[in-house]
Design a protein. Structure first.
Length: 183
């Protein structure tokens, strides 16, 4: 991601002002536009990171569990699974982020976590034994037998960290502006 000036951040001095400069309650059109722009950056980043993350996940778990690199057919299956993850999760992410924030019933990290099914399928098909997980992980993510569920965007790819934080801050700003307007 390129450098951003401070006037590109949510909650800047233009927040709460209409394009005519008059103060109005609630998020401004600029706030909503920025939220949409940050959502696109996050969705683009997720799509770019998913395939490589699936491949890395397969490689790392295979090595950790079987003490050897996966054979060519498993690596090829990981590439295919990565492409499938992008084809399935990418549109789900875009659909979620395109919704008005009050209509979002889950978050982008939950959508991203559902991508664990792709490396998991490859690993199970390759005969890799599941990993030992603590009770919390077993309860929260029962299908995640290889402990792949990311706790943050950065666990999928460090480049997603800033995009996730900026989008979350912009969403919070819009949410708070709406709540102030309702009071």
């Amino acid at each position: 991601m390129g450098a951003r000036s401070t006037d590109d951040q949510p909650g800047d001095s233009s927040s709460g002002a209409s394009s005519s400069g008059a103060s109005s309650p609630g998020p401004s059109d600029d706030d909503l536009l920025r939220l949409a722009q940050y959502a696109l950056v996050l969705a683009d980043g997720v799509e770019a990171a998913l395939g490589p993350w699936v491949q890395r996940s397969v490689e790392q778990v295979h090595v950790r569990q079987l003490l050897r690199r996966p054979p060519a057919e498993v690596r090829e299956a990981a590439v295919a699974a990565g492409a499938e993850a992008v084809a399935v999760i990418g549109p789900q992410m875009r659909a979620l982020l395109a919704l008005d924030i009050d209509e979002q019933r889950t978050g982008p990290l939950a959508v991203l976590r559902s991508a664990t099914q792709f490396p998991t399928g490859v690993l199970l098909a390759a005969g890799v034994p599941p990993v030992s997980r603590d009770e919390f992980q077993q309860k929260q993510f029962p299908e995640d037998v290889f402990d792949l569920c990311p706790a943050s965007f950065a666990e999928v790819d460090p480049s997603l960290h800033e995009a996730g934080i900026v989008w979350g801050a912009a969403k919070a700003h819009v949410h708070l502006a709406r709540r102030r307007m309702a009071q």
